[in-house]
Design a binder for this molecule. Structure first.
Ligand code: FCB
Length: 511
């Protein structure tokens, strides 16, 4: 079975542990949905109860949002002075994207942003997470700002504020200017300074109106899939590049954090991290330890550098020289993020390798953990397990281990490809069920003391899903990619009610 992107995201992190080790290790720790076999039937179940007749209130001033990213929605890839990004180059390279799709037009949001804000309003949202395309601001990744790029985002921000919607702005959602990739990309330390300059330009231009910034989206995913797995732009396949990219990304985050704060000290700045709750496959002590290792690799790798100024102890075997870590770097990558953004879709089941596996895979001696997707919950159309408890577990753990930080759920959502019926209505009941249950799990975490400020459904509208092209629909609004017509799905209407009432309403059965 071909591994999906997200499964690769997890295997990437695991694989990164194998620097300088023999080949053949990736399979040993890749997250494959059938790798778990029946192993996780022994998972100690602490099931949350999802009572659909319950009404679930949320805290006052909670942010109800939806998320998008520039390359996934904007199109207009070479308009108004925009430079080429690594995603333009990658998508234009034959064989990289399913069905040879590209983001050249995507949802045409560059021209149709008013329609998209209308969707945000129709859904009663008070927060909209979108990203800024770096090469729209700096076509070659350095130098002065392209005023047309700034103007585009400026009018978007103004329109959101006018509509009473918080602009929640991501500075980097994977579209590095191609010129910077040509100069070495993320493995090149200089990219950290380029990113800080870009953050400075953007926050100078928009910082008077935008007070909530997401510096990076899923550093683990773009470093891993872009530089190690070659699944995403820029399509490199090198462990050393991956390790170096990881470290530059951490330096970049620290530097950009300081740039944002210098321009507007009261702004909130954080990052959106890809997270998955890691559960032991059985009750054995070995599997419990394996789950802790999986947690370090999946959830802490990019979180401890900013918050603790170090790489997780569990990853102490990482070769510092190969990563390019210098003595003063630990301070540079430290950034007291104002909030932790969590992107969470599913959980991971972790187990300890047996003696034979350890003997046959050197990596398993060094870092003994196998990771797999869960098998108990229903699957979305792209094969991800629906497991709302993962959100509860993750939020609760981060809240506990990081001293009750502010948390924003920056993404959660599901791919279901329900199409319009004869009258043009999109009945996506499974998406309603997904968000209802994840929100229910989130509410329990909040009731348990977690300081969660908002929830952003991925995504506002169907869009270009990276290497999967247009084959996976995550939107609360349906997009007909031929006509660019947007139609709010049943889930979008349901979410509008949730946002308006600040609660998840009970399901009233017809019986
Ligand atoms: C996340 C990405 C987002 C989208 C969703 C499905 O990893 O941040 O852009 O692709 O997955």
């Amino acid at each position: 079975m071909r591994l999906t992107r997200r499964k690769f995201a997890q295997s990437t992190l695991a694989a990164s542990a194998v620097a300088a080790l023999p080949a053949g290790l990736f399979t040993a720790c890749s997250v494959s949905s059938n790798a778990a076999g029946g192993a996780n039937s022994a998972v100690p179940t602490r099931p949350l109860r999802f009572d659909s007749s319950a009404e679930i209130p949320f805290p006052k001033n909670f942010f109800w949002g939806a998320a998008t990213a520039a390359y996934q929605i904007e199109g207009a890839w070479q308009e108004e002075g925009k430079g080429e990004s690594i995603w333009d180059r990658f998508a234009h390279t034959p064989g990289k994207i399913k069905n040879a799709d590209t983001g050249d037009v995507a949802c045409d949001s560059f021209h149709r942003w008013r329609e998209d804000i209308a969707l945000v309003r129709a859904m009663n949202l008070n927060s909209y997470r979108f990203s800024i395309s770096w090469p729209r601001i700096q076509p070659i990744g350095s130098g002065p700002a392209n005023s047309k790029g700034i103007d585009y985002y400026s009018q978007l921000v103004d329109a959101l504020l006018k509509a009473g919607v918080r602009p929640f702005v991501t500075l980097y959602h994977w579209d590095l200017p191609q010129a910077l990739e040509d100069a070495g990309g993320w493995p090149n330390r200089d990219t950290a300074s380029r990113f800080a300059d870009y953050a400075d330009l953007v926050t100078r231009a928009l910082g008077d109106r935008v007070s909530d910034w997401i510096l990076l989206n899923e550093p683990g995913a773009f470093a891993g899939q872009g530089y190690l797995e070659a699944l995403h732009a820029p399509g490199r396949n090198s462990i050393i590049d991956f390790l170096r990219a990881s470290h530059t990304v951490n330096l970049a985050q620290g530097a950009a954090f300081r740039a944002v704060k210098a321009n507007r000290p009261s702004a909130r700045a954080g990052s959106a991290f890809s997270m998955s709750a890691c559960e032991p496959a059985t009750t054995s002590e070995e599997d419990r330890l394996a789950a802790e290792r999986a947690h370090a690799m999946t959830n802490l790798w990019f979180l401890e550098p900013p918050l603790k100024g170090r790489y997780p102890e569990a990853l102490a075997f990482l070769p510092e020289t190969a990563m390019g870590i210098k003595a003063s770097d630990l301070d540079k990558m430290r950034a007291p993020l104002d909030f932790i953004g969590i992107n969470l879709y599913y959980r991971i089941i972790a187990s300890a390798p047996n003696a034979i596996e350890r003997l046959s895979h050197a990596q398993q001696w060094l870092f003994p953990v196998k990771m797999a997707g869960g098998q108990q919950g229903p699957k979305t159309d792209n094969g991800w397990e629906v497991w709302p408890q993962a959100l509860y577990d993750m939020v609760t753990r981060i809240s506990r281990d990081f001293n009750r930080p502010q948390i924003e759920i920056t993404e959660s959502g599901c791919a279901y490809n329900d199409a319009p019926d004869a009258s043009g209505v999109i009945h996506d009941a499974r998406r309603i069920q997904y968000h209802r249950q994840y929100l229910q799990a989130l509410a329990l975490a909040v009731a348990g003391g977690a300081d969660v400020r908002g929830y952003h459904a991925w995504s506002l509208l169907d869009n270009f899903e990276w290497a999967e092209g247009f084959s996976q629909r995550f939107g609360l609004a349906y997009v007909d990619f031929k006509t660019q017509q947007r139609t709010v799905k049943d889930s979008g209407r349901w979410y509008a009610k949730v946002a308006a009432e600040n609660r998840v309403p009970p399901i009233i059965s017809a019986a």
